[in-house]
Design a protein. Structure first.
Length: 300
């Protein structure tokens, strides 16, 4: 009887939570466009989508990273009002060029069209106010996205796909000594088709690799917020230990977390929306092995 009451209370709380966050019961328990229909193949970006040839790509460079912005969540401070001044101040006098931006999902809070209009304006401002230097074509900075669970609420997948560059949720590109993979975990899993395709591509090259996605792999024990399938998580840990992975970088867990494995580091970055944090990934490909550090900037 006690167990039945506990289960009933849990279901009631879940229902209230869903209703309070504008998802509704239908969206809480089933959403169209599951991961196996969104993402079955990790595709390579073309020269327009990733516009840096190896001849002009510097060996030391920076990347801007944001996660969990949650446009549309009225409880979060309006950090975007001060973010651009902070970034401009940070970049002043920096030697290493900042070549692109990565957003690790949950840029929208409910998946509404009005939120994606804000997303469109925000990513355009990032691109225009951080244009690349002359030697890289003076073009707008590329802003790369991975999809988060909130982004697909209220059937928001199509809006995300139309709005968020490069308009695909599983892809990769290469620099001198690195392969950069962007993976769809917005449903809490890669799904078998995407997993097998990612596995095949990771195994075919000895180069060092970065993976960017929304859900943490493990994050030193944050199981509720990490990938939901223990089998898949175990398979990924085994795979990553064999393919020269250097970094698994995610969002989703707003306070942030980290875990260092024998062969790679997992970093779940602090949220922009609730915490007012953004991050700079410093990359160095000038040595025998590429190296990186992640710097966190606070807007507080």
């Amino acid at each position: 009887m006690l167990k039945l009451k506990i289960n009933f209370l849990f279901c009631a709380l879940l229902l209230l939570s869903c209703l309070s966050c504008d998802l509704g019961v239908h969206q809480a328990f089933w959403r169209p466009h599951p991961v196996y229909s969104r993402s079955t193949e990790v595709v390579q970006l073309n020269n327009t989508e990733f516009p840096f040839s190896r001849e002009i790509m510097p060996l030391k460079y920076d990347c801007l990273i944001l996660t969990d912005i949650h446009f549309g969540n009225k409880r979060n401070p309006a950090w975007d009002k001060v973010f651009f001044d902070s970034l401009k101040k940070y970049r002043k006098g920096r030697i290493s060029p900042m070549l692109f931006c990565i957003i690790l999902g949950d840029i929208a809070d409910h998946g509404f069209a009005s939120e994606y209009e804000t997303v469109k304006a925000f990513q355009k401002r990032i691109a225009e106010e951080n244009r690349l230097p002359e030697e890289y074509g003076n073009r707008p900075m590329p802003v790369y996205h991975v999809v988060g669970n909130h982004d697909v609420y209220n059937s928001g997948w199509k809006l995300w796909q139309q709005t968020c560059y490069p308009h695909k949720s599983a892809y990769y590109f290469e620099t001198k000594d690195l392969e950069w993979y962007f993976v769809d975990t917005a449903s809490g899993t890669l799904g078998r088709p995407q997993f097998y395709d990612l596995k095949a591509k990771l195994q075919r090259s000895p180069k060092s690799k970065f993976i960017f996605t929304h859900y943490p792999l493990y994050g030193n024990g944050i199981l509720y917020f990490s990938l939901s399938d223990p089998r898949e998580r175990a398979e990924l840990l085994s795979l990553f230990s064999q393919v020269n992975l250097k970094l698994y970088c995610s969002g989703h867990f707003h306070p942030g977390a980290s875990c260092d494995y024998d062969t790679f580091k997992e970093r779940s970055l602090q949220a922009f929306g609730v915490s007012g944090k953004y991050h700079i990934l410093h990359v160095d490909e000038s040595g025998e092995e590429p190296s990186f550090t992640i710097e966190t900037i606070s807007l507080l």
